[in-house]
Design a protein around this ligand. Structure first.
Ligand SMILES: Cc1cn([C@@H]2O[C@H](COP(=O)(O)OP(=O)(O)OP(=O)(O)O)[C@@H](O)[C@H]2O)c(=O)[nH]c1=O
Length: 584
């Protein structure tokens, strides 16, 4: 059985199917593969005219689906996959690519085109090997199957369309179900039509994981393939994998990625500083020369920057010059969830600090003085941060991350037992607004420094809400507003251990039995099994502040030492996790 040796090679690896297709799920489940399903958010809108053959379009779409999941998982799921499988099935007839019908009329058009004719079904597959020791591989391939429909009467067409079966299937039919009645013959892999060329997939996995001495008797790529002739087309042999090794001589992909990681970050930061995503949103399909003029940069530099952004999945292929969905959602300056402010903070503050990481590691102290010539005690009380433009930039950063993380934190726990919350250091109120949306019975007092409260009008949402109020004060020096729930989002991780104890003991005194604290922080993965964003964030606190990130066990010990118990942790899968603990 060609697959059995491969399955043992996959044991212990985190295999992810980047597909919402129930048929693909069934096909891979039936062979006993252990895998997770993480449907891809990649929108299948690639410009078909940019591809010289339909299978190229299917393979590129499959690759983008897999890439999107491989890039999103470490961030949103806080876990890195080892293998991500993407697939895309298209039907082609008379040179036209048919994907899933948008409505019944579209399904009618498609099926009418297919009636009485032979057509091709192409499934493109991409296998991303994310954590291979011998180097990263992006294996992609496609399979073609020929299918012929019988002549379909109007009555049969509409009866089939009204069954509803066509609507989530390429070409508007499902050969494995009612659609089978429409088919006169199939030449090639039947499962490839259903949505996943299982045999071809197994052969590729064998080629990757099984040494030639172990491999079953089959060859691929133009040799005496065991693949049935019917699944080949006249103009080609079965297409073997196109390996794109991300490095030569098997340099471990993670080292190569890390070598290039800072260049990728700087590409994103520079594109945001130049407002590339705003310019491309204003006029889609912008040519490089015009884009260069609009961002005030050289044509050469703009061309390379845009190409790099395309390679990072931030922009669609050049020639369209269009933002991807994520760029439109998070990278233009004025989208509701824009991270633009945070990215500028990373570029202008975090980046210069990280250039002194070695000194931070050697000395165990933040590098504000080396980076900005300012010795600072508690970060935000320092004069340096009192300058309007620096403080506004910092508030922009905190505001944008609070908007992106607020919903996840606010909905982490059932807070129906609380009436009044105090968002300690609640900055612009972005998080507070998410809490009152998630918990209509809650009112939130945002408590922060006077300069921050004064600047809040720059960030407030259009509509005001009486459930959110703002009180100016210094949470170390002044009394805290009375509340039965105290929210601290990214506060403790900035403070030295002494400052943390000072603040928590103040909170403990302010809380009566049954009151609670809700912390929003990046919780360290205690098993330390994978480099997670939390450990990067932990270094971030070293270079920036006197604080640090903590694991669940450390938060439990810390909170209990200040009289808070029954601690619960919610790993939100977003930037921030949530921790709730009650005053004894
Ligand atoms: C021709 C044919 C197609 N399909 C299904 O059509 C969808 C194609 O769309 P896709 O974009 O490749 O996949 P998806 O379903 O949108 O999922 P995703 O991978 O998340 O894009 C897949 O489901 C396939 O099984 C059948 O079930 N039977 C058939 O005979």
């Amino acid at each position: 059985m060609v697959l059995i040796p491969v399955i043992s090679k996959l044991n212990g690896k985190r295999v992810v199917l980047a597909s919402a297709s129930p048929r693909r799920l069934e096909i891979l489940t039936n062979i006993g593969l252990q895998f997770e399903v993480v449907p891809s958010w990649f929108k299948e809108t690639l410009d078909k005219t940019l591809f010289k053959a339909p299978y190229e379009y299917a393979v590129e779409t499959a690759k983008q689906k897999a890439l999107e999941v491989a890039q999103r998982m470490p961030l949103k799921h806080l876990k890195t996959p080892d293998i991500v499988i993407g697939a895309d099935t298209v039907v082609t007839v008379d040179g036209v690519i048919l994907e899933k019908p948008i409505d019944k009329q579209d399904a009618y058009q498609m099926l009418s085109r297919l009636s009485g004719k032979e057509h091709s079904v192409f499934t493109g597959v991409a296998i991303l090997l994310c954590n291979e020791r011998e180097g990263e591989l992006t294996v992609d391939f496609y399979e073609e199957t020929k299918v012929k429909f019988a002549e379909l009467s109007e009555e049969m067409l509409w009866e089939y369309i009204n069954s509803g079966e066509p609507m989530d299937k390429a070409g508007g039919y499902g050969i494995q179900a009612l659609g089978g009645m429409l088919v006169e013959y199939v030449h090639g892999d039947f499962l490839n039509v259903v949505g996943f060329p299982l045999n071809h997939f197994c052969k590729q996995l064998s080629a990757i994981y099984i040494k030639p001495s172990e491999s079953p008797t089959h060859k691929i790529k133009g040799e005496d393939s065991a693949v049935s002739a019917a699944s080949r087309t006249s103009e080609q042999d079965m297409v073997g994998p196109s390996y794109t090794k991300s490095n030569n001589e098997g340099l471990p992909h993670n080292i190569v990625d890390l070598l290039d990681g800072f260049k990728a970050s700087k590409t994103l930061f520079t594109a945001c500083r130049l407002k590339v995503f705003d310019v491309l949103r204003a006029s889609e399909g912008l040519r490089v020369k015009v884009a260069a003029e609009r961002i005030g940069a050289s044509v050469t530099g703009t061309e390379r920057l845009l190409d790099a952004a395309v390679s990072l999945g931030l922009l669609h292929k050049l020639g369209q010059g269009e933002n991807t969905e994520h760029a439109s959602q998070f990278l233009v300056t004025d989208s509701p969830l824009s991270l633009h402010g945070y990215i500028l903070h990373c570029n202008n503050v975090v980046w210069p600090l990280f250039t002194h990481l070695e000194s931070a590691v050697r000395e165990g102290t933040n590098q504000q003085e080396r980076a900005f010539g300012k010795k600072t005690g508690y970060l935000f009380q320092d004069g340096y941060f009192k300058k309007d433009e620096v403080e506004m930039q910092f508030l922009n950063a905190m505001h944008s991350t609070a908007k992106v993380t607020g919903r996840a934190v606010a909905t982490a726990f059932d807070l129906s037992g609380f009436k009044t919350a105090c968002d300690v250091g609640g900055c612009t109120g972005a998080m507070a607004y998410e809490f009152i949306i998630a918990h209509p019975g809650l009112s939130v007092i945002v408590f922060d420094l006077p300069t921050v409260i004064e600047m809040r009008s720059h960030f407030l949402p259009g509509e005001q809400n009486d459930s959110v109020s703002f009180v100016a004060g210094d949470f170390f020096k002044d009394d805290l507003p009375k509340a039965d729930l105290y929210i601290l989002a990214r506060i403790l991780h900035d403070c030295s251990d002494e400052k943390v104890d000072e603040l928590l003991s103040k909170l403990s005194k302010a809380c009566t039995t049954g009151c609670a604290v809700l912390l929003a922080e990046t919780v360290l993965d205690e098993a330390k099994t994978r480099a997670s964003r939390a450990y990067m964030q932990s270094l971030n606190m070293l270079v920036q502040t006197e604080g640090r990130e903590r694991s669940s066990a450390q938060y439990k010990q810390l909170l209990e030492s200040h009289g808070f118990s029954r601690m619960r942790v919610c790993h939100t899968g977003n930037f921030l996790d949530a921790i709730l603990a009650y005053k004894q």
